[in-house]
Design a protein around this ligand. Structure first.
Ligand code: FAD
Length: 403
């Protein structure tokens, strides 16, 4: 049987194994992951996991799924090098694993901020279940929570902490929330909503100095202002784990570069999920996405490539984020130079921002409007021509514009 080694036991790695198993090819799978846990769902970590009195990790598959399907799990083991000539990978333990096909699914890690890089006891980033366990432990006793970064994860943690009754302050260096990924309409709406629930959001603000005692941050200085903090959570984005690929001489550029079939510059090595930079046919350029959808769909695409039935990756990107009572759903990749119309009323907590190129819907950001989101996904995929004016009329369901 062909031996496939997967590095990274997150969403993409686990889905890849599941898809290969479904394909019933005669293969032997080894899933190598540096975390000690069975593959689990990451999204709840900034949401329900932090407030549940008895949280449990949501496993992606039961343990028996792997053992029943000839898939060896090698957890708590880190891959440290790839020998492309000899077709083996080295683990931190010194062990080497041979492969016919290698799949890199290493995800990303949280970006850190130099100001807080002292190894302080009460400064956290959130990427893994272990991170969430530590953060949660501290959060329970904390009163003043300081969040650095107004991106998705920072906002989710701020909302969850506010729901737990904490005094939350969030500093965002940019002039608006979610500045890199969302429309100004969504940014203003969220600013208002989070402030209404008591989160003290300060835009265009960065901490200048920190006040430390007993290896813990006691507070930060913003100019003349002192903000006390029982804990600090840094949520300023993620960087791809592409070092292993880089060291092996694979092409990397903000992630492991792959073609539309998830092949790296070495035909025996594929890469999937958050760690890849891939060609987007819809956008006409190479992008890297951080989402469950992309991890799962790239995993399925790679499984087809391995089975000798390659199909170019063309899945529509979609994403969601839960921030307190607000659910944001995004279809497509919002391009800020496209024309935007608002459908529905932000004052009613239910609306969508639709992006157009001419009469073609290119993406949609929906707030508490699942029906718009689902219809937008279909309209974008079909490429149906609709005018922005038609789409803005909230009196007509978006799905009725399909034909
Ligand atoms: P990961 O799930 O990160 O898995 C990569 C794995 O590889 C990790 O376990 C890593 O430790 C391991 N690894 C790395 N290097 C090595 C090595 N050398 N050897 C062995 N193992 C290695 N997405 C959404 O769509 N919606 C959400 O609401 C949402 N919420 C999120 C909330 C949080 C707190 C976080 C952290 C992410 C969230 N995401 C969300 C993003 C989503 O979780 C990721 O897009 C997804 O996990 C990507 O899957 P992946 O398999 O590519 O990477």
């Amino acid at each position: 049987a062909k031996k496939i080694v997967v590095v990274g036991s997150g969403h993409a790695g686990a889905q890849f194994c599941a898809s290969v198993i479904e394909s019933k090819e005669d293969v032997q799978l080894v899933l190598v992951g540096d975390e000690a846990h069975l593959p689990y769902q990451r999204p709840p970590l900034s949401k329900t996991y932090l407030k549940d009195p008895q949280p449990e990790a949501a496993l992606l598959r039961a343990a028996s799924f792997y053992s029943d399907n000839n898939t060896a799990l090698q957890l708590a083991s880190k891959a440290v090098d790839i020998d492309r000539q000899g077709k083996t990978i080295g683990l931190a333990s010194g062990e080497r694993l041979a492969y016919d096909c290698l799949v890199l699914a290493m995800g990303t890690r949280a970006r850190t901020l130099p100001l807080f890089e002292g190894g302080y006891d009460n400064v956290f980033t959130l990427r893994t279940l272990d991170d969430a366990q530590r953060l949660r432990g501290r959060l329970q006793a904390a009163q003043n929570v300081l969040v650095i970064g107004g991106g998705f994860i920072g906002l989710e943690i701020a909302a969850t902490s506010a729901q737990l009754g904490k005094a939350v302050t969030l500093l965002e260096a940019a002039p608006r929330l979610l500045g890199r990924s969302s429309s100004p309409e969504i940014s203003s709406y969220l600013l208002e909503k989070h402030r209404a629930t008591g989160v003290d959001i300060r835009l265009q603000t960065a901490a200048d100095r920190i006040d430390v005692a007993d290896n813990s941050v006691q507070g930060v200085w913003v100019g003349e202002d002192y903000l006390p903090a029982d804990m600090v959570i840094v949520g300023i984005g993620a960087v791809p784990n592409d070092e292993l690929a880089r060291q092996a001489g694979l092409e990397c550029d903000n992630g492991v570069v792959v073609d539309a079939y998830m092949r790296t510059s070495d035909p025996d090595i594929l890469a999937i999920g958050d760690c890849t930079a891939f060609p987007s046919a819809a956008l006409g350029r190479r992008i890297r996405l951080e989402s469950v959808q992309n991890a799962n769909d790239q995993a399925r695409c790679a499984a087809l490539t391995v089975a000798g039935k390659p199909q170019a990756y063309a899945a529509l990107p979609w994403f969601w984020s839960d921030q307190g009572a607000v659910r944001i759903q995004i279809a497509g990749v919002p391009e800020q130079d496209h024309k935007r119309v608002v459908r529905g009323d932000p004052a009613q907590d239910k609306f969508s921002v639709l992006y157009f190129k001419g009469d073609i819907l290119t993406s949609a950001e929906s707030i508490n409007s699942a029906a718009d989101h689902i219809a937008a996904r279909k309209l974008i995929t079909l490429g149906t021509a609709i005018t922005p004016a038609q789409a803005a009329d909230a009196g007509v369901p978006l799905k009725d514009l399909m034909n």
